[in-house]
Write a new protein. Sequence first.
Lengths: 314, 201
Amino acid sequence: MPISVGRYEQLIQDLRAEVRPQREWIERQGLLLIVGHFLSGVAAGTWLFSLIFDFQAGLTVAYCIAALSGAAHLGFLGRPRRFWKMWHARSSWIARGFIGLTLFLTGGFLYLPPLLLPVAPWSSSSLIAQAGYFLALAGTILLLFYKGFVYASSKGVPFWTSPILPALYLAYALRGGVATLLVIFSLNGIGLDLWELGLLELWIGISAAVMILFYLGVMSGSNPIEQYSVRELLRGRASVSFYVGTLFIGLFIPIAIGLVGLGTPLSLAAVATVGLASVIGDFFVKYSIAKAGIYRSLRSPAHWDGGLTAQARK
Amino acid sequence: MRWGMVIDLKRCIGCYGCQLSCKAEHGTPPGVFFARVLKQEEGRYPTVRQLFLPVLCFHCAEPPCVDVCPTEASFKWPDGIVDIDAEKCVGCRACMMACPYTQRYYHDEERYYFPNNGPTPYERARSERHESGVVMKCNFCRDRVGAGKEPACVANCPTLARYFGDLDDPTSEVSRLIKERGGYTLHPELGTGPSVYYLPP
């Protein structure tokens, strides 16, 4: 049996610490969850905008990304063979995400073949394809929304329990979709209206930047654990990924190139750079926020004696 | 019927008896502590005092860990005990993120106290019930309670700092202590309704 002495020592050190960082959703296997969340958002966004812009290549790519996202989620689970038990959607956002992914993959499987294959068993106007269209659309909507709520319902990590987070993750999923279309477009240069897409990318990018600032502003004025998480993000163990991945690559580069693109036409390489940078930023915003997560503390003086110590200090 | 616990912080001397008896009862792997004692020092020499806060699963009336579980592996018994059905758990660890008291542990791999020698016969006998790849937590020693005994941490507390009983029964000792001595819970602002109360020192 593998023995991870280092991990044991880390756990003991965390249990003794004043503040305990969450590691289960970011380190080792946990990284696969972040990858899964990132990919599912990109897949849903890509599918949605491919439908809007009637872009078949985008639909295919979205489907493949969603399948990869499913694989990443399975890789994260401690008992992946039991994945089919995750149907308790009455109150669990993880179950809703699982249902969303199932609907999406099933719907896509029914909707895509007539569009892609010259000889498909059913036509794109058939009932099967139409059912697939609506199943995939329902799955897309669930995938766009569920991630933010998974984090927001995590009462153990105060930094995540904010109503801003679902909105932020929705914005990033949409942006990831637009960015993926930009990357696909840059590969062949046909099939899409670059001006519309670029403007959309710029608008969502600026909105995401504003939302991040708002989120950090609200959190830095909250309780000490949330403030600690903000410090982790700005000056602690999540700062490199936040500054480099989220802010510089994910926001500064795409917004700067996007603003230049408002005045002059962009080359395909610049379009690809905007797309790739946005997608990378999408990953790192999830990574950074997960990494800055700190568990709610039981070490507040008020807990130890029902507030007597705190009163005595006054 | 709602099982609950009262911990008298005036009596607790931080001996770790609860932690050790829990380990002995459940045979939990290294790094997993269903019952723990947090210590804190207050003041400056020569007026220093040491405070102890024993913690365990709080068996909330409105458990957030149950709400977020995608498989219903985390559930609440009719008597108020919050438990995990290990055979349903997929190891997504959402319950760990949802628990405001950080009282859940992910058993990621088999681990023994003497890594170079493998499991001792005692560990083998005690730990075979614990699956890996799932989340673990205190269940108020449900087997013992079903057999009419107190949880191990209550039965083995040398200073009798722990009381166990029915919170719904106003005549029970736990209800009386909470009422008479001003029992309080941790993080009441979250509305989870913990079943573990503390009596101030």
